[in-house]
Design a protein around this ligand. Sequence first.
Ligand code: SF4
Length: 405
Amino acid sequence: MGWQAEAGIYVHIPFCRRKCFYCDFPVLAARREATVSRYVDALIREIELWGEQMQAGWLASGRSGEAGQFVSLYLGGGTPTYLNSSQLLRLLAVLRQHFPLTPDAEITLEANPDRESLTEEKLAALRAAGVNRLSLGAQVFDDGYLRAIGRDHNVRDIESAFILARRAGFTNINLDLIFALPGQSIEEWQLTLERALALQPEHLSCYSLIFEEGTLFERWRAQGRVDPVPEETELKMYELACNLVSAAGLRQYEISNFARPGRESRHNLLYWRYQNWLGLGAGAHSHWGDRRWANLWPPGRYEDRLQEAILPIDTGTELSLSIEEMMEEMVIMGLRLIEGVSGQEFARRFGRSLDEVYGDTITRLVGAGFLARTPEGRIRLTRRGLPVGNAIFAEFLLTPGSLTT
Ligand code: SF4
């Protein structure tokens, strides 16, 4: 396989001031400074260890390509801005020292729009250190709903964080929004969209609330204390977002993501185009060539392993992907994109055409109006297929071993 993948780095900062009621991410709430500082030290050890591995050619040994340079660095969480400026700057410096970033690499920082963790000085220092994209967890422009979902900021905080970020020189800002909150009406969602668009962000992510297992919201749903919005309302909310956001000049490029031309998230495109990414930090996931793994969780286990100067990989999660699994994943991730999946890219990667593997499925879904073929040989979801993507993705699962010859 002569195909060369692009690569990105994800760094997980697992701290938040408190846990939001709907959140199932691996995060710890309200940790002491000493805990955070111990974690940062461990993270730096991990970066250095990977730096050594890279020099030894480890990342270049993946079956599907060579390491090359990294086009994206993403500091996510959790709340990366829970770290102070000097911790963040130290991390960025060590990352740059050990991982070759392309000159135009996208460097994203996720941030919570609260006054405590997001100050003008911190934003200016990070911008000066090369962070060129900010992703603000706004969620909803309504103080009542922000409280109801357990966020620790209010609408004024979002707006002032946005203004501070612009003042600090950020010209590429994403706002994360959530809709279909219990009790939320379509009109209320429209107000959130309008206030978000009034700030003129370069990028908008709109996800519907999922009642994930293990969250407070899921427990409350089971107890009948909160009710999901009806499915038809959720669908209308989704369609409203697609229409309003597109009318404001942000092109929909993925099921839930919109951007001004050229401002699509390069990092998330790596996931959707099924490229390589290395996840650093406790619980972070990686995908490299035909391998997948996760780091140890919780941070105590992760830090202990690094104390022994061993990469903190949870060996129980290490997988060598079969050809069928990689094909499925590439198609399912790629169909999330409005551009869809490239037949050429698929053939280059796997040595078989999309039609050889999925011909019947594609013909059936095109006939039913959920899928379209493009003149350039791509397959993509239609307007009708987009809202029911999950059901369509299931059609692309392959029988294990079916393609092994
Ligand atoms: S801020 Fe984000 S990561 Fe932290 S608890 Fe809330 S949803 Fe989860």
